[in-house]
Design a protein around this ligand. Structure first.
Ligand code: PLP
Length: 424
């Protein structure tokens, strides 16, 4: 009997997990000899493919030198180098790097910073958050509070704080009323802000693509307008680029396409190329400055937050090696064309609608057909796996988010398999 308790899994009825022996490129090799194509980059983290020797060697070399050290009062080269290189890579203005361990903690940190920012600025009335319907920011309690409650188990609702959620004008192939929907969504945001013009601490957004909602996409122009609107009411802007960062949406960061620089940005998943758990919350100078002051005063403005593994040297070394690969071979730029062709090949399929793509990500809505062999998400998942592909529908959304090393032939094969499975 296994001692595992797996995430998001009902253990009484769970199938035996697939036993993975090793990974190489976009492929995962199972203990029983099968190999499967990782079309979801292992929960969206694997950037350059599995088993990149440059990253493995960087981790090994760092482990021989220093594997971990307390991050308060001590620092080390990889943490310093990574912070500097992130700041160089990010849009100008984001300059203060706060390390944590995973996507949820990076958003939790951003929310706490935004909340305390207004306390430190003697404006405690600004204590509420704005977020988007369908948003997902992680599984810790603050992150869940600003996430869409429908994405979580209702059991936790009593523990969450209030958040106002705004409608999102999603786009996909064939949508024709997008301008009207964008205008209506902006109007709803304006009404929310007008109703409490000095009550909001921050707006938190997954820019361009809402991952856990099912890779729902919206246009950069609308995002820019929303950010400008929020800022006209003095609200801080947090971009949760935990999933969209490091090339996923076709630019290094999604915010570049919207032409806006948030006050706080959250990065994780692709930060280490998908090798080590690490995240950062990067703030601008204005936010950082609000935390400077006398620690011994009653209003002590210090940010009291930290984790045992903050700025772990192995994670930082992995992130530096991943960054080198990303900048030397920006292969994320190549996947867009393959997705366009693949989606075209599925256009008109009677069980598919709302085909959409953004950079390295593609998605569609699928519907069960009467009498179809594969008519729920779990059955689809199994059918894909039987054919050698890891694809996991999120409810009615089916998405592809492959590692950047995926070849055009491999991507075309993913699309052919989706078509074949849905034909049945
Ligand atoms: N934010 C976004 C946009 C995410 O997609 C996720 C995870 O999927 C998270 C936060 C949480 O990250 P983690 O699972 O590393 O805690």
């Amino acid at each position: 009997m296994s001692n595992l308790w797996m995430p998001f899994t009902q253990m009484s009825s769970a199938a035996e997990p697939e036993w993975v022996e090793r990974g190489e490129g976009a492929w995962i090799y199972l203990k029983d000899g099968r190999k499967v194509f990782d079309a979801i980059s292992s929960w969206w983290v694997t950037l350059h493919g599995h088993g990149r020797p440059e990253i493995a060697e960087a981790i090994y070399r760092q482990a021989l030198k220093l594997e971990q050290v307390i991050a308060a009062g001590f620092t080390h080269q990889p943490a310093q180098d990574l912070a500097r290189r992130l700041v160089e890579m990010l849009p100008e203005g984001l300059s203060r790097v706060f390390y944590s361990d995973n996507g949820s903690t990076s958003t939790e940190v951003a929310l706490k910073m935004a909340f305390q920012y207004w306390r430190n600025r003697r404006t405690p009335r600004r204590d509420k958050f704005l977020a988007l319907e369908g948003g997902y920011h992680g599984d810790t309690l603050g992150a869940m509070s600003v996430g869409d409650p429908d994405l979580f188990s209702p059991v936790f609702k009593p523990l969450l704080f209030d958040c106002h959620r705004l409608p999102v004008p999603h786009t996909f192939w064939g949508v024709n009323d997008i301008e009207e929907r964008e205008a209506a969504a902006l109007q709803a945001a304006k009404e929310a802000l007008e109703a409490d013009p000095e009550g909001y601490a921050a707006l938190i957004v997954e820019p361009l693509v809402q991952g856990a909602a099912g890779m729902k996409m919206f246009r950069p122009g609308w995002l820019k307008a929303l950010v400008e609107l929020a800022r006209s009411y003095g609200v801080l802007v947090i971009f949760d680029e935990v999933m969209t960062g490091f090339g996923r949406t076709g630019s290094l960061f999604a915010c570049e396409q919207a032409g806006v620089t948030p006050d706080l940005i959250c990065l994780s998943k692709g930060l280490t190329g998908g090798t080590m758990p690490l995240s950062v919350t990067v703030a601008n100078e204005q936010v950082f400055a609000a935390f400077l002051g006398d620690q011994n005063s009653p209003e002590d403005p210090t940010f009291y937050h930290g984790h045992s593994y903050t700025a772990n040297p192995l994670g930082c070394a992995a992130a530096l090696a991943s960054m080198d690969i990303l900048l030397a071979e920006p292969r994320y730029l190549d996947l867009g064309e393959g997705h366009q062709g693949g989606l075209k090949s599925l256009e008109g399929h009677p069980r598919l609608s709302q085909l959409r793509t953004q950079g390295t990500i593609a998605a569609m809505q699928w519907a069960p057909a009467p009498g179809a062999r594969y008519n729920d998400g779990a059955a689809l998942k199994v059918a894909f796996l039987e054919r050698g592909f890891i694809l996991r529908p999120l409810g009615p959304s089916l998405y592809i988010i492959p590692p950047y090393c995926t070849t055009p032939d491999e991507l075309a094969q993913v699309y052919r398999t989706i078509g074949e499975v849905l034909d049945q």
